[in-house]
Design a protein around this ligand. Structure first.
Ligand code: HEM
Length: 211
């Protein structure tokens, strides 16, 4: 990759706060569309799906940071906490719309829905994992948990599997959009399986070049 392009893509000028501001803009836009009655015939469902999809997008962005660094040398590690937290915020908004607007906080309706549509259970499992990861994403937790933190944050892969299944099972017929996002999620998981092998090969090549 040419040096000038790599320099521009490094985004050194972009503060982490901008990632939060830009990342929350879709939510503001969605609220605006909802408040101005522009979300179609079933605004609650449309808004619920919109927020769920943004949670998946931020989950994907968070997972893309490692391959971008390994393959293209682009280091966006300083944005990873922000994209991970944005995924959690969107999942929280998605859940809130489901509980408050869709189910009117009626616990018997929610339990009934859970039993009728098992994909909701997968969404809940994903949300629990994302909550634990979000709560332990601060510097104090990283310090306190030490090596356990790395182990704990590998649960993101379980969240990817449960979240991906939740997404796939939420509809009867898969759309192109679903194939696209689920394909990317699978690619991100496959990359994690392949990565140790790639790193080992690189290390051996470096050692061979030195001798
Ligand atoms: C307690 C947690 C959750 C509940 C109760 C829940 C509930 C729902 C419901 C009811 C739908 C389907 C709406 C419909 O078409 O009838 C849905 C769709 C969806 N959810 Fe969740 N969800 C949860 C967690 C999550 C999480 C954590 C994510 C992402 C990380 C997520 C991503 C999605 C996506 C992408 C869709 C489909 C959007 C589309 O059709 O374009 N959900 N969820």
């Amino acid at each position: 990759m040419p040096f000038a392009l790599r320099h521009a893509l490094k985004l050194q000028w972009l503060s982490v706060w901008w990632v939060y501001i830009l990342g929350l803009l879709p939510a503001v836009w969605g609220f605006y569309l909802g408040a101005s009655d522009q979300l179609g015939a079933d605004p609650v469902k449309t808004f619920e799906r919109f927020l769920g999809l943004w949670a998946i997008r931020f989950l994907l962005l968070t997972l893309l940071i490692t391959p971008l660094r390994d393959v293209f040398g682009l280091n966006y590690l300083r944005y990873r906490r922000a994209t991970g937290l944005l995924c959690f915020y969107y999942a929280l908004m998605h859940l809130s719309v489901y509980m408050i607007l869709d189910q009117a906080l009626d616990m018997s309706l929610i339990i009934d829905d859970l039993l009728k549509r098992p994909f909701i259970m997968l969404g809940m499992a994903t949300f629990v994992i994302l909550s634990v990861l979000a709560l332990t994403s601060n510097n104090a937790s990283i310090k306190r948990l030490g090596k356990k933190w790395v182990w704990l944050h590998r649960f993101v892969y379980i969240a990817v599997i449960c979240g991906g299944l939740h997404y796939v099972l939420s509809t009867k017929i898969l759309s192109m959009e679903q194939y696209f996002y689920v394909g990317l999620l699978v690619a991100m998981l496959a990359y994690r399986v392949y990565r140790p092998l790639m790193m080992k090969k690189r290390k051996l090549a470096r050692a061979a070049a030195k001798t």
